[in-house]
Design a protein around this ligand. Structure first.
Ligand SMILES: Cc1ncc(COP(=O)(O)O)c(C=O)c1O
Length: 400
């Protein structure tokens, strides 16, 4: 059966606004399709951030000593409402790598214990697992999830086949980094809960991309959840959070132990040494920005564009999709395999990167992973379908 003709044809969603790019700091000359890397920020968020830095520099002690507690609480309260968690159950961290490390390096593992993840794991997390496991003779295990992934059951089977009696912690990507796959988080959590295995969810891409209810996820079995706020929430770089189930909070400490050691999770994370808090305090401004459009509309546009990009590029490049063609395992990003003809023409991934970024001003990652090259397109409200069409042509040697 010809899957191209039997499949529903997607169309790009109508743009959210004509002049939306004017609201962002991004250089309008660049077709920016790498929001998934460090995010990008609206001008309103950057202005708030700068104003806070100004206030700090004008009165450092007033800002960081006397005003900090209530300002931090206000920012946390807003984020708590957004993530559907309690303020006392989480703390700000600088990035998701830091959130993962705070958990891994707080826990006690014994020789022979296994820390499990899938082979789509983000490399920094892989290295953190290896470091912690290597220190005490535990093992960092990666279950294989071959491509293409035809549906959520395949992910569940891969995990189920790799869980053992020695598995002490499972690190679950909510959305994977190289392959941009939305994992079936609810059934995975239930499966681990039924076997008494703690789960650390790496939600580096999830905040803003999905409508998160972490309290609901905790009922299903999430023990820890960390996520970046500088990616799909577009808060300043250096803003992320770590949520910990109340039963485990006494064990978990920030990477930097400071004055409030053993005074509870929220107190410990609220002071991790002298630090510029302006990124964390700007988080409400980022939530405000997207609320002016409405989250449903923002997510609808981003997901619709990613779904269309996935279909358009797999067809234009005549490659097999790595996830279900209906887009059910996508969020706001799509990873598509670079065709062999393009690989032969460019010779190296570096040459393709150079061609895209320098010659065509297209900012998109070319990822070398599992013996292939992949392009991951990130769809945020400022991106238009025409840019993705141009990417499709450049890779096929048709771009002007
Ligand atoms: C799945 C995943 N986890 C963790 C991270 C780490 O994010 P950060 O560099 O902000 O710590 C990333 C970054 O892209 C990621 O994609």
């Amino acid at each position: 059966m010809d899957t191209k003709t039997s499949q529903e044809l997607f169309h790009p969603p109508p743009p959210i606004g004509d002049r939306i790019m004017d609201e962002w700091m991004l250089d309008p000359e660049i077709a920016f399709m790498n929001h998934g890397c460090f995010g990008a920020r609206p001008k309103a968020v950057v202005e708030t951030h700068q104003e806070l830095r100004h206030q700090f520099e004008a009165r450092p002690v007033e800002f960081l000593d006397r005003r900090r507690p209530h300002r931090l609480l206000d920012a946390k309260e807003r984020l708590a409402e957004f993530l559907k968690i309690r303020g006392e159950d989480f703390g700000f961290v600088t990035n998701a790598t830091g959130g993962v490390n705070a958990v891994l390096r707080s826990l006690s593992f014994a020789p022979g214990d296994e820390i499990l993840t899938l082979d789509h794991v983000y490399n920094a997390v892989r290295m953190s697992m290896r470091h912690v496991a290597g220190q005490i003779g535990a093992t960092a295990v990666e279950a294989e999830l071959p491509l293409p992934v035809t549906g959520p059951e395949q992910v569940l089977d891969a995990i189920e086949g790799a869980l053992t009696e020695r598995t002490k912690l499972f690190i679950l990507d909510h959305m994977t980094s190289p392959t941009a796959l939305l994992f079936p988080i609810e059934p995975i959590l239930r499966m681990c809960r039924d076997r008494g295995i703690d789960v650390l969810v790496d939600g580096a891409h999830a905040v803003g991309m999905f409508d998160l209810d972490i309290t609901e996820l905790s009922k299903l079995g999430a023990t820890y959840y960390t996520g970046n706020l500088h990616k799909w929430l577009s808060a300043p770089v250096g803003s992320a959070f770590l949520w910990v189930h109340p039963d485990r909070q006494a064990e978990i400490h920030p990477l930097t132990i400071s004055h409030h050691y053993q005074q509870g999770l929220a107190a410990e994370f609220a002071w991790q040494g002298t630090h510029d808090l302006s990124a964390w305090l700007s988080v409400p401004a980022a939530i405000d920005y997207f609320e002016t459009y409405g989250w449903e509309r923002v997510r609808g546009y981003n997901h619709g564009l990613a779904k269309w990009a996935h279909q358009h590029l797999t067809r234009a490049w005549d490659v097999e999709p790595i996830s279900p063609p209906d887009g059910s395992m996508l969020g706001s990003m799509a990873t598509v395999r670079v065709p062999e003809s393009a690989k032969a023409r460019f010779g190296s991934a570096e040459r393709l990167r150079h061609c895209l970024s320098r010659e065509h001003r297209i900012e998109v990652p070319v990822i070398e992973w599992n013996d292939h090259w992949w392009i991951r397109v990130s769809c945020q409200i400022y991106l238009k379908a025409e840019a993705i069409e141009r990417l499709g042509e450049v890779v096929m040697g048709k771009g002007t």
